[in-house]
Design a protein around this ligand. Structure first.
Ligand code: ATP
Ligand code: MG
Length: 137
């Protein structure tokens, strides 16, 4: 069954939005397969976002992701990668539709509270990076 990697970013954890975000995925019908709270160091964050290393915002993105604990999760279900991205909303919360997580709960791109894999292939890579010992450990 298809799986995706979802991460609640430091601002989402700090603002107390973990429950709200999990409820949205659960109510949709997806299954939670792995979950952990962790703080990542710069090399790990750089690996996760390696495709964006040439972007001008890369430095501030790494600062942001390493600024506090994040919640790393594996969610499973039919079409979960694409539907997960729909539930999350557009990268820029100002352009995310109402009813999406970013559209309802965030204001700016630099603090957009949640990450979701953008393809089945990235999901597999990200799950292997964040859960190297398997989903439950
Ligand atoms: P994510 O990968 O975190 O799920 P995304 O796929 O919607 O987000 P990407 O293009 O992969 O968007 O960018 C990764 C993250 O980098 C964004 O979620 C955001 O936190 C940050 N980011 C993207 N574009 C900008 C920007 N122009 N200015 C500041 N931060 C940005
Ligand atoms: Mg992305």
């Amino acid at each position: 069954m298809e799986q995706t990697f979802i991460m609640i970013k430091p601002d989402g954890v700090q603002r107390g939005l973990v429950g709200e975000i999990i409820i949205r995925f659960e109510k949709k019908g997806f299954s939670l397969k792995g979950l952990k709270l962790m703080t990542v160091d710069r090399p790990f964050a750089e690996k996760h976002y390696e495709d964006l290393s040439s972007k001008p915002f890369f430095g501030s993105l790494i600062e942001y992701i390493t600024s506090g604990p994040v919640v790393a999760m594996i969610w499973e279900g039919e079409g979960v990668v694409k539907t997960g991205r729909t539930i999350i909303g557009a990268t820029n919360p100002a352009q995310s539709a109402p009813g999406t997580i970013r559209g309802d709960l965030a204001i700016v791109t630099g603090r957009n509270i949640i990450h979701g894999s953008d393809s089945v292939e990235s999901a597999q890579k990200e799950i292997a990076l964040w859960f190297p010992d398997g989903p439950i450990n």
